[in-house]
Design a protein around this ligand. Structure first.
Ligand code: 87F
Length: 569
């Protein structure tokens, strides 16, 4: 075996988190009372029935496809991205549709991606001194409304339990949309002295946000899995440091694990979490749609929540009670959708090797009718030896020894599921002590001497990661346009780009940019399209903005910074 110092990102540990299914009754009457208008509800009903109809249609398609034994995708990525996306997700066995709108079944193939992300992120989070905990799924109305200022914006998305069986509860109980109001009353009890600080707790859980916009698996779902970290510090400096530390870790998840490049930055006042002082974000780009996607956020909450929840400590310097400084930060299952959108192709999923549950699929080939049982056994045993050797070197390898499927069927199956490397092993290869590796991303074939198997496979997986990242980076950079006039802004937006533009920082101007860049003319050839919103103020500014005017033609104010604008998910 050769010694080639392979990369450290072959994580096998599973952290064994389990979640209870949320059991709740969402009362129509209560939702209307809390401010969801009937138009939204009607739209929702229409969407639900359309989804059912679509599904009935797609079931028919599936039946027809089965009859014709069509394994491939029915639509190309460039032809119809939304249909391609849902086709890939179901055919690659990532999700199953469900009869509650906005909720999806995560099948083992996608859940495994989440587990690999969890293992990586969990270890990184813990290394910074954060401990894991678990807080309840339910929030009392009193606790939720303690935080009136910002909850008002989110109120329509809160799901409430109003009944148990047929009897009405004395008080409705909310299902957590996020856990600030659940955790902070406990923080107020646990923090008394400076010795109790910093307090840093993370939880892996599910949250429910009853969104009314068009749902899409992973990208916008009503229930999703995430981790939410909540910390409290004695000083603003310590807290701010952590905000950026966590953002850097999130960027590592995207870049080092998922092979997705991100832009780090700060949200504008309009787009920040209203309960906090400032929000930092990582933004990724989907070139197939020309839309950006918010990857994860890390917020500095200042003393806003500690004042609300009375989280104080005795400051040893002043001997007076002081409010703590807080942060919160979260990353959800959403990036799985970004992986599919960014790396997938017309043959199906393309999984970044470090989160692929099977990194190398070994397929026995060259089996003929003339073969004796003994020869067949020899081939299968040869494949198993390679599988075991790779597994011993922490490569997630598996043999597909199913006898009732042809090698061709297996090639298509694992290609659709996005396995990074296929290893074809035939009797002649074994005789020569070779195997043929096929890369999922480039379809390139390489002959591998069995003696160098582990080293070559580990190297190949890293190369695939680097290629996927380089391709996505190239897509991001070539679609990020530096613009200085409104004409350039609109032309770039129409060309499915994201724009770095000088911006004055005023919220009203951001509203105008969004409104005036939207195309809602029914006569337009492309149909209506959404306007550009601000994605972030990149930390890495493209140049000095002094002397430049805000991008909106009616503004005329001096620009404060370059801001990244674009359509987004
Ligand atoms: C929806 C309903 C109710 C987002 C909501 O980003 C409340 C909210 O507070 C809400 N949607 N938010 C903001 C969440 C902020 C923050 N929480 C912890 C995070 C990361 C993790």
């Amino acid at each position: 075996m050769c010694n080639c110092g392979f990369s450290s990102l072959h994580i096998q540990q599973k952290n064994g988190c389990e979640w209870m299914q949320p059991l709740f009754i969402c009362s129509w009457q209560y939702l209307t009372e809390v401010g969801i208008n009937s138009q939204e509800c009607l739209l929702e009903l229409k969407m639900a029935s359309k989804e059912k109809a679509d599904k009935a249609g797609s079931n028919k398609d599936v039946d027809a496809a089965k009859k014709e034994t069509r394994l491939g995708l029915e639509v190309s990525k460039s032809e119809n991205l939304p249909d391609w996306y849902s086709n890939v997700l179901t055919k690659a066995e990532m999700i199953e549709y469900y009869d509650v709108s906005g909720c999806y079944i995560l099948r083992p193939w996608s859940y495994a991606i989440w587990e690999h992300m969890q293992s990586f992120l969990n270890a990184k989070i813990k290394k910074t001194g954060v401990k894991n905990g678990y807080f309840p799924l339910f929030v009392s109305q009193a606790a939720l409304e303690k935080e009136k200022t910002h909850i008002a914006d989110f109120a329509p998305e809160v799901a409430w339990v109003t009944h148990s069986g047929r009897s009405k509860l004395a008080e409705p109980i909310a299902v957590r949309p996020t856990s600030e109001t659940i955790m902070y009353p406990a923080y107020a009890k646990w923090i008394q002295s400076y010795r109790d600080l910093p307090l840093k707790i993370n939880q892996w859980n599910n949250v429910v946000r009853w969104e009314f916009k068009h749902p899409q698996p992973f990208l916008r779902t009503r229930e999703f899995l995430w981790q939410e970290g909540h910390s409290a510090f004695a000083t603003k400096e310590e807290a701010e440091e952590e905000v950026y530390r966590m953002l850097d870790i999130y960027a590592e998840v995207y870049e080092d694990l998922l092979a997705i490049p991100v832009v780090k930055g700060r949200k504008t006042e309009k787009e920040k979490f209203a309960g906090g002082d400032f929000t930092t974000t990582i933004e990724a780009f989907v070139s197939a749609s020309g839309r950006a996607i918010q990857g994860a956020t890390s917020h500095h909450l200042g003393q806003n929540f500690s004042r609300m929840f009375d989280i104080t400590f005795e400051d040893p310097k002043t001997e007076e009670m002081a409010y703590v400084y807080q942060n919160s930060w979260g990353l959800s299952t959403r990036p799985i959708g970004a992986v599919v959108m960014i790396h997938g192709d017309d043959k199906g999923l393309v999984l970044p090797p470090r989160v692929a549950d099977i990194q190398v699929i070994i397929v026995p080939c060259g089996i003929s009718a003339k073969m004796t049982d003994e020869q067949r056994k020899e081939l299968y045993d040869g494949c198993t030896v390679l599988e075991k050797r790779l597994q011993k070197s922490s490569v997630r390898a598996e043999c597909d020894l199913r006898e009732n499927y042809s090698p061709g069927w297996k090639f298509n199956h694992w290609e659709m599921k996005g396995v990074p490397v296929r290893l074809d092993v035939g009797p002649r290869d074994l005789a020569k002590q070779e195997a043929v590796a096929v890369c999922r991303d480039t379809k390139e074939k390489l002959t591998i001497p069995v003696a160098e198997l582990e080293c070559k496979m580990i190297g190949l997986l890293d190369q695939i990661h680097d290629r996927l990242f380089a391709q996505a980076k190239d897509d991001l950079e070539s679609h990020k346009k530096l613009v200085h006039s409104w004409e350039e802004f609109i032309t770039a937006l129409d060309g499915s780009n994201i724009m770095l533009a000088p911006y004055c920082g005023n919220e009203s101007c951001e509203d105008s940019i969004k409104k005036d860049s939207a195309c809602d003319e029914p006569s337009s050839t492309k149909g209506p399209s959404m306007g550009a919103k601000s994605l972030c103020i990149p930390f890495d500014q493209p140049g000095n903005v002094t002397g430049k005017s805000c991008i909106h033609p009616k503004c005329g104010q001096p620009a404060k910074f370059y801001t990244l604008f674009g359509r987004s998910y």
